[in-house]
Design a binder for this molecule. Structure first.
Ligand code: TMP
Length: 213
């Protein structure tokens, strides 16, 4: 049923995912691919509304409510946007997907991992990314960014300890199948080059390699 390719960029806040997603889109379009960039939470009208609630620094949200809101946003996004685009052969690049919930709500908030994984499965209808690229921030760079970080949204305002747990979770989770870790503490172009190499590998495997236009 699935004809396209589903690529997810993951990592702690301010790890440069959005910049890399935009660069990857331009590069893949240069090879004639049809590409759609999207994000979580968000990506559809309803999911963007949920995003505003989730990130509003004034929202008071219980951890379990937060988990369900992220998953609610996800099921709408998956059904309304991701699956239809995959069916017509597009390459989807999503800024975050299920691994964020495992890292933030599971490891960050300390909610039971079994519950998080079960809800992830339900919200995605079992859809799994073909490749998840984890933007890995070296500890030294992370510590420097922590000092400079001025929380703007509700999650960014969480204490350092929460963000440290999330960062550690990403390092821990990077060994799962179809995941790859990129050193994100380097210049933007070097990171992009590595991402492109790994994406080309899965394009080749899927028989979707094209010559530059
Ligand atoms: P971002 O799109 O700017 O990265 O912001 C989304 C925020 O939401 C970010 O702090 C990570 C957080 N988040 C979760 O806590 N759980 C999730 O499942 C997702 C997708 C994001």
């Amino acid at each position: 049923m699935k004809k396209g390719l589903f690529i997810v960029l993951e990592g702690p806040d301010r790890s440069g995912k959005s910049t890399q997603a935009a660069l990857l889109k331009t590069s893949l379009e240069g090879f004639g691919h049809e590409v759609m960039v999207t994000r979580e939470p968000g990506g559809t009208c309803l999911s963007e509304k949920i995003r505003r609630i989730l990130l509003d620094a004034k929202s008071r949200i219980e951890p379990m409510t937060e988990l369900f809101l992220y998953e609610t946003s996800r099921i709408q996004h998956t059904l309304e946007k991701i699956i239809p685009a995959l069916k017509i052969g597009k390459i989807i690049i999503s800024d975050r997907y299920t691994l964020s919930t495992t890292a933030y709500q599971g490891y960050g908030r300390g909610l039971p991992l079994k519950t998080v994984e079960m809800l992830n499965r339900i919200a995605t209808l079992g859809l799994k990314p073909d490749l998840t690229v984890i933007m890995d921030i070296p500890d030294k760079v992370f510590a420097r960014r922590e000092r400079l970080m001025q929380g703007r949204d509700r999650i960014e305002r969480e204490p350092d300890l929460f963000r440290k747990r999330v960062n550690r979770a990403y390092k821990l989770l990077a060994g799962r199948p179809c995941m790859t870790r990129i050193n994100a503490g380097r210049p933007v172009e070097a990171i992009q080059k590595d991402i492109r190499t790994r994406v080309e590998r899965i394009l080749r495997k899927a028989g979707k390699c094209k010559d530059k236009k």
